[in-house]
Each structure stands twice: as structure tokens, then as C-alpha cells.
Design a protein around this ligand. Structure first.
Ligand SMILES: *Cc1c(COP(=O)(O)O)cnc(C)c1O
Length: 228
């Protein structure tokens, strides 16, 4: 049995290794390691793993399924962590996600922006760009990016931070991340402060850092394999 008082030694080792790799890649890119936020993705893992991560100094947790995220956030309400929602989201669940999440990385359509808008509180927002031709992969098509960004910027309660992307399968990640950097330049004509880039996962975070990632979403490289 492991819990926050008896952490899994493998977890601490993997976390340290990733932190060292992130710092090394940042220095290679001529960047400061502290400009990069590592979000640890804990989907399918129990709340106890999140508690162990928090005890190891992790402050940013990523989840991609609302029911699961909501349950963990409720169980761990006294932990000082920010919950990042990174999965596809139904509009009717949007208000519920606002209740626990500090950031949403998967804004992909105008109706979701409308569902997330609020006069009561601010939520950090990332617009997800689809780097494939398959709409099922999530994210807005690049041709519709500016219109969606304008919609976010003109909606109350959403603080646009930047863009999110997942590297396509079956092609090198670095050129894909370079395309996202180009999209970022495009949207900053509309939203000059929205320069954040949420990109880079377990297998490609070093490439993402070289292309300017500010928010990494790393699961298995830190947590180990997800339970079936
Ligand atoms: C699961 C997931 C990740 C983390 O993936 P790993 O390969 O385990 O690092 C990152 N981003 C999104 C959107 C995910 O769903």
C-alpha cells in the first residue's frame, strides 16, 4: 500500500528524472526551466496517486474525463493543486468543470465557449488546435482558429492563455510543434498576451520544449503505466 505518507519510490525517481530532462531541454533551447509548467496527467489513477504527487511538490494535475476528475477533486479538496481539464468536453458538463478546474486546455468550438462563459469567475483557457485531418482527434481546424480565438477573447470569464495541441501519430513531433508555434504567432495579432503553448507528452516533451512549449502534459513517464 502506498499513500502520501508512504510514497512509491519509483514515482519519486521518475518525477526527478523528468524534471531533470525538462531542465536540460530548456537549457538546450536557451530557455529558463522555470518558464515551463509540468502538468502531471493522472487519468485512470486513483486519488491517492495525486496525493503522493502533491507531497512530492507537484502543483498541476491533468485529467481528461469529467466524472473521474470531479470525484478526485472532491476527495482531495484540501490539497493545493490546480486541476487542468485536458479532454474533450460536452457543453452540458462545462459548468461542472468550472467548479473544480483552474484551466481548460481543450476548447475546440464556439458552443463550448458559450457554455464555459461566466460572469462569476475567471478560468484559464487554451484553444486546442487539431494537427490532423481527423475531426475525431479533437481541436479546431487551423482554418477556423482565428474565429474561435476571437470568440474566447470576447467571452466573459475566460482568460485566454494560448494554444494546446497533441502531436499526430506516425509523424515526427518536432515539425508538428513548429506548426503550433506558427499558429501562436497568428493568434497573437488578436490576443497579444496569449503566448502559452500546452504541448509535449511523455514521448515528445523535449521536442515540445525546443519549439517553445510552456505547459507540458506528462502522464506515463511520471506515473508509470495507467491501470487497465
Ligand atoms: C493522456 C494525455 C496526456 C499524457 O499522455 P502520456 O503519453 O501518458 O504522457 C497528455 N495530453 C492529453 C490530452 C492526454 O489525454
Amino acid at each position: 500500500m502506498t499513500d502520501e505518507h508512504h510514497p512509491d519510490p519509483g514515482l519519486a525517481t521518475r518525477l526527478e528524472r523528468v524534471r531533470a530532462d525538462v531542465s536540460a531541454a530548456a537549457l538546450t533551447a536557451g530557455r529558463q526551466p522555470d518558464e515551463i509548467t509540468t502538468i502531471v496527467v493522472t487519468k485512470f489513477h486513483p486519488a491517492s496517486l495525486v496525493a503522493q504527487l502533491a507531497a512530492l511538490g507537484v502543483h498541476d494535475i491533468g485529467e481528461n474525463r469529467h466524472q473521474e476528475a470531479r470525484a478526485k477533486a472532491a476527495e482531495l479538496a484540501d490539497l493545493e493543486v490546480t486541476w487542468h481539464f485536458i479532454g474533450q468536453l460536452q457543453g452540458k458538463k462545462a459548468r461542472q468543470v468550472r467548479a473544480y478546474a483552474g484551466a481548460i486546455h481543450s476548447i475546440d468550438r464556439p458552443s463550448l465557449v458559450d457554455a464555459l462563459a461566466s460572469d462569476e469567475s475567471e478560468l484559464d483557457a487554451f484553444v486546442q488546435v487539431n494537427l490532423t485531418d481527423d475531426p475525431g482527434r479533437g481541436g479546431v481546424a487551423p482554418a477556423e482558429l482565428e474565429a474561435l480565438v476571437e470568440h474566447v477573447v470576447s467571452s466573459p470569464g475566460l482568460r485566454l492563455r494560448g494554444l494546446m495541441a497533441v502531436a499526430p501519430l506516425g509523424e515526427p513531433a518536432r515539425p508538428a510543434f513548429a506548426r503550433v508555434r506558427g499558429f501562436s504567432e497568428r493568434i497573437r495579432r488578436i490576443a497579444p498576451d496569449a503566448g502559452a503553448l500546452s504541448m509535449g507528452m511523455s514521448h515528445d516533451y523535449s521536442d515540445a520544449i525546443l519549439e517553445g512549449a510552456t505547459h507540458l502534459r506528462i502522464g506515463t513517464a511520471i506515473t508509470g503505466n495507467r491501470p487497465a
